[in-house]
Design a protein around this ligand. Structure first.
Ligand code: SF4
Length: 399
């Protein structure tokens, strides 16, 4: 732990209060400071009382005048005020083990630190968490955190991560869900290991976690609003928890009913990666951007999103998403929408056959459909006012 203050931001509340470089930060508001999470959490309130220890070992208390949520302005030797926690896994697909030799040292460090997940967005496996640390995440409401789920079958997850704790640590996810900690999950799909029925199970478990979060938050009779992939997850949720939602809004999503898909479409959905890989990356980005949005704003967002990945990573991610959809369709469940529902679709939606699916969903299942003029697949970014107006109208009709 490194709680020695190495610098103080100019004109910050800490500088105004007379905190000095070289002081050790002992506590804030009577709470000991173990690391950056304690520092951030306990310094949130206005006018906190700091206990500092000078280089001579003398302690003193100092009241710092500041607004609620305003940064104190202290900097420490390391960002975490601690060493980053290394992972204790031996994943089948370890990205770090696959790194080319000769890169900078930090790229070979296998971190698995919950604090970095919250502060920097790193994905963590939870296998090296102690029960005390897990409780701290709940107590400090460290949310959201990004979790590498991979599979929810305990034995399979342990095998994928190369760690027995891979199975046991699923309990932490359940506890976080019950405590209302939001988790963003990722799955590294390993053909022959966690695809097929295992992946389907994972999707359904995610619907279960969503249910646990809604219950924990006391959200009774929620209205599920899902755009594209979000609409699919909503349908899995509605299938598993019939009667719990009071409404469903699909934005540019499609029905998961098997009858709407041809065999060829399902085949293509399961084999997108090699098709995408065949395109030069620049062309793929251009097609992807134009296929999902028509407004300048929507296209810029999509471009930014796609370019935050490398080509291979993006193709694998897209393939995973489409496979999940195909597998959910092939599960051949009823996917009947028994609550009030609204379908919203961009008039210029160019993502596959989304327009045809929505037309048929409307015609065959009788769900009301609103076409959004001048909007593509991401209608909510192309025409947010129209989409929000339709959602508000739908909600007010629910009473
Ligand atoms: S969690 Fe797995 S993939 Fe990540 S660094 Fe550790 S062994 Fe590698």
């Amino acid at each position: 732990m490194s709680n020695v203050i190495t610098s103080i931001d100019r004109r910050s509340p800490a500088e105004r209060a007379g905190v000095r470089t070289g002081d050790k930060l002992i506590s804030i508001g009577g709470h000991g400071v173990e690391d950056v999470l304690d520092y951030r959490f306990f310094s949130y309130d206005r006018d906190p009382l700091l206990v500092l220890e000078g280089p001579d070992g003398q302690r003193r208390s100092l009241r710092v005048e500041k607004e609620e949520a305003e940064e104190l302005g202290l900097n420490f030797e390391t960002y975490l005020m601690d060493q980053p926690r290394p992972c204790s896994n031996h994943c089948l697909f370890c990205f770090v083990d696959q790194m080319a030799p000769g890169c900078r040292d930090t790229l070979y460090f296998k971190d698995d630190d919950a604090r970095l997940s919250f502060l920097m967005g790193n994905y963590i496996t939870l296998t090296n968490l102690t029960p005390r640390e897990a409780q701290r995440i709940i107590d400090l409401r460290i949310s959201p955190i990004n979790v590498s789920v991979h599979a929810t079958d305990p034995k399979l997850r342990a095998a994928l991560l190369g760690s027995r704790a891979g199975g046991e640590s699923l309990e932490y996810m359940r506890a976080f869900g019950r405590a209302g900690i939001v988790m963003n999950g990722q799955i590294v799909l390993c053909p022959g290991f966690n695809d097929g029925p295992q992946l389907q199970r994972t999707m359904e478990d995610m619907a279960d976690w969503l249910h646990a979060i809604l219950e924990r938050e006391g959200a009774e009779r929620p209205v599920l609003i899902g755009q594209s992939m979000g609409g699919y997850l909503s349908q899995v949720y509605l299938e598993r928890y019939p009667g719990t939602a009071s409404g469903f809004v699909s934005i540019d999503s499609c029905s998961l009913k098997r009858k709407y898909y041809t065999g060829a479409e399902l085949y293509l959905l399961k084999h997108t990666e090699w098709m995408y890989l065949a395109f030069p990356w620049k062309l793929l980005v251009r097609v992807g951007v134009r296929g999902t949005a028509v407004s300048e704003y929507g296209r810029a967002l999509m471009k930014c999103f796609m370019e935050s990945y490398g080509k291979r990573e993006y193709c694998a991610l897209a393939d995973l998403g489409y496979r999940i959809v195909a597998q959910s369709v092939e599960a051949d469940r009823a996917y009947d929408i028994r609550c009030p529902a609204l379908l919203i679709c961009g008039e210029r939606d160019g993502a596959g056959s989304a327009k045809r699916y929505n037309r048929e969903w409307n015609r065959q299942d009788g769900l009301p459909l609103v076409w959004v003029p001048g909007a593509g697949h991401n209608a909510n970014t192309d025409a947010p006012e129209t989409v929000n107006r339709e959602i508000r109208r739908f909600l007010s009709g629910l009473g």
